[in-house]
Design a protein around this ligand. Structure first.
Ligand SMILES: CC(C)(COP(=O)(O)OP(=O)(O)OC[C@H]1O[C@@H](n2cnc3c(N)ncnc32)[C@H](O)[C@@H]1OP(=O)(O)O)[C@@H](O)C(=O)NCCC(=O)NCCS
Length: 188
C-alpha cells in the first residue's frame, strides 16, 4: 500500500547542495534552454526538438491522478536551476515507478549532483511514498549515468538491443532497477 498523499503533496526535498522542488512555470525558460543542449540530447536519446510551448506545458503539468512527480533540481548556493527529474508510470498496485534525471548542461556534471538528487528521490520514494521498486532505462554509452545509478543501488536487469538509432548508429539500452530492500537501512 503506497502513501498517495505523499505524492500529491509534491514535496520539496532538501540535500546538502541541492533542493528538489516541484517543477513549475517559473522553470520554463531554463527547462527550454536545457532541451536545446546537443550533448544532453544525445545522452538522453531525445530526437524531438521541444518548442517553447512544449516546455511551458511540461513545466505547468500537474498530474491529477498522482501517476508522476516532476521535480526541478535547484542549487542551494544561488537558487539556480540545475536540471530536472521525475518519477513516472507510478503503479500503486505494483508499488513501482520509473525514474529519469537530466542535468541541464554538462558543466554541472561530475560534481556529485546527480548522485545526491537520485539518493534524495530514492529515499523519498521508498521511505515516504512506500514504493518497492524503481526502474529506469539508460543507453550503454552513458557510462557516467550508469556509474551513478550503480552507486545508488540500481543493478542491470536487462538489455534492449538497438533501441536507439542516433546519427547512423544503433545503441543498446539497459534496464536497471532497485528494490527498497537493496538499500541498506540508515544507521542513526
Ligand atoms: C547522468 C547524470 C544525472 C549524472 O549526474 P552527475 O552529477 O553528472 O554525476 P556524479 O557527479 O554524481 O557522479 C558521476 C560518477 O560517474 C563516474 N564517471 C564519469 N564518467 C565516467 C565514465 N566514462 N565511466 C565510468 N564512470 C564515469 C564518476 O567517476 C562519478 O563516480 P564517482 O563519484 O564514484 O567517482 C548527469 O551527468 C546528467 O544529467 N547527464 C546528462 C543527461 C543524462 O545522461 N541523463 C541520464 C539519462 S539515463
Amino acid at each position: 500500500m503506497i502513501n498517495a498523499s505523499a505524492l500529491r503533496d509534491t514535496p520539496t526535498l532538501v540535500g546538502e547542495r541541492i533542493r528538489l522542488v516541484p517543477l513549475g512555470p517559473e522553470h520554463t525558460d531554463a527547462y527550454f534552454s536545457a532541451s536545446l543542449d546537443e550533448e544532453i540530447r544525445r545522452l538522453t536519446g531525445s530526437h524531438r526538438h521541444l518548442t517553447y510551448e512544449d516546455a511551458r506545458e511540461r513545466c505547468e503539468r500537474r498530474p491529477a491522478d498522482g501517476d508522476r512527480l516532476d521535480l526541478a533540481i535547484i542549487s542551494r548556493e544561488d537558487g539556480s536551476y540545475l536540471g530536472d527529474l521525475f518519477l513516472y508510470a507510478i503503479s500503486p498496485e505494483n508499488e513501482s515507478a520509473g525514474y529519469h534525471i537530466t542535468l541541464s548542461a554538462l558543466r554541472f556534471a561530475g560534481q556529485g549532483l546527480g548522485r545526491e538528487a537520485t539518493r534524495l528521490v530514492l529515499e523519498y520514494a521508498f521511505d515516504r511514498v512506500g514504493l518497492h521498486r524503481i526502474w529506469l532505462y539508460v543507453y550503454t554509452f552513458n557510462m557516467r549515468a550508469i556509474a551513478v545509478y550503480r552507486s545508488c543501488g540500481f543493478t542491470v536487469e536487462g538489455r534492449l538491443r538497438d533501441s536507439l538509432f542516433w546519427e547512423g548508429r544503433r545503441h543498446d539500452a539497459l534496464l536497471m532497477g532497485v528494490l527498497r530492500s537493496d538499500i541498506p537501512a540508515k544507521e542513526d
